[in-house]
Design a protein around this ligand. Structure first.
Ligand code: 5SP
Ligand code: FE2
Length: 216
């Protein structure tokens, strides 16, 4: 199944509720929520109060990407705030397996994210326990950056690793995805597409529809 997950990091925060309504009505499957702590990444975004405020506005899947050190400390709160998927960075967890177990205790989906330069071996043993692997295709921390080209090969290799293990794990790509490269990453094996600036710059509803057309 292919899904579009617009990243609200690039939304107009003064009109966040309205922008969520627009992506929902235009047919976006997920809402990608980037949480940054100023420690794991050199930027700070938002957390529980924002999730709680927007949760009643849409029934779309809340796809929460935690760019925070030791996320195990906050899983319960993100689950209570309405997350449907919680993705943690392998690089940020001292005990990745335990962190995934804690997410699963909430009966929600668990994802593991890797920075561009982190080898795929970091997820090899945890793959059977996770629902999704998020491959960062830019260095995490900011929207609006350019896609790192070596990541296409990484998506392909991850797809092979998943198939070798007989799994159907989702592959999410995140960073620098636009209408010009979305087909390339899907051909490589990605099926959950995050797009921030490419959705929220210009006509948001039209951008969502254009992505969905290419993703059919
Ligand atoms: O996690 C992140 C950045 O750290 C992303 O989700 C970005 O928010 C994607 O934005 P674009 O690269 O699509 O503009
Ligand atoms: Fe993200």
């Amino acid at each position: 199944m292919k899904c579009l997950s617009p990243s609200i990091l690039s939304a107009d925060f003064a009109n966040l509720g309205e922008q969520i309504r627009v992506i929902d009505e235009a047919g976006a499957d997920y809402v990608h929520i980037d949480v940054m702590d100023g420690c794991f990444v050199p930027n700070i975004s938002f957390a529980f109060p924002v999730l709680k405020a927007i949760r009643p506005l849409t029934e779309r899947i809340f796809d929460v990407h935690l760019m925070i050190e030791e996320p195990i400390r906050y899983i319960d709160e993100f689950a209570a705030a309405g997350a449907d998927i919680i993705t943690v960075h392998a690089e940020a967890c001292k005990h990745l397996d335990r962190t995934i177990e804690v997410i699963k205790e909430h009966d929600i989906l668990a994802g593991v994210a890797l920075n561009p330069a982190t080898p795929l071996e970091a997820v090899e043993y945890i793959l059977p326990k996770v629902d999704m692997v998020l491959l960062m295709t830019v260095n995490p921390g900011f929207g609006g950056q350019s896609y790192i080209s070596y990541c296409t090969e990484k998506v392909r290799k991850l797809k092979e690793m998943i198939e070798r293990q007989g799994l159907k794990t989702d592959i999410q790509v995140d960073g620098g995805i636009n209408l010009d490269n979305v087909e390339m990453v899907m051909d490589a094996g990605a099926n959950i597409i995050v797009a921030g600036s490419a959705v929220f710059k210009g006509d948001v509803a039209q951008n969502v529809q254009d992505f969905l057309t290419l993703m059919k």
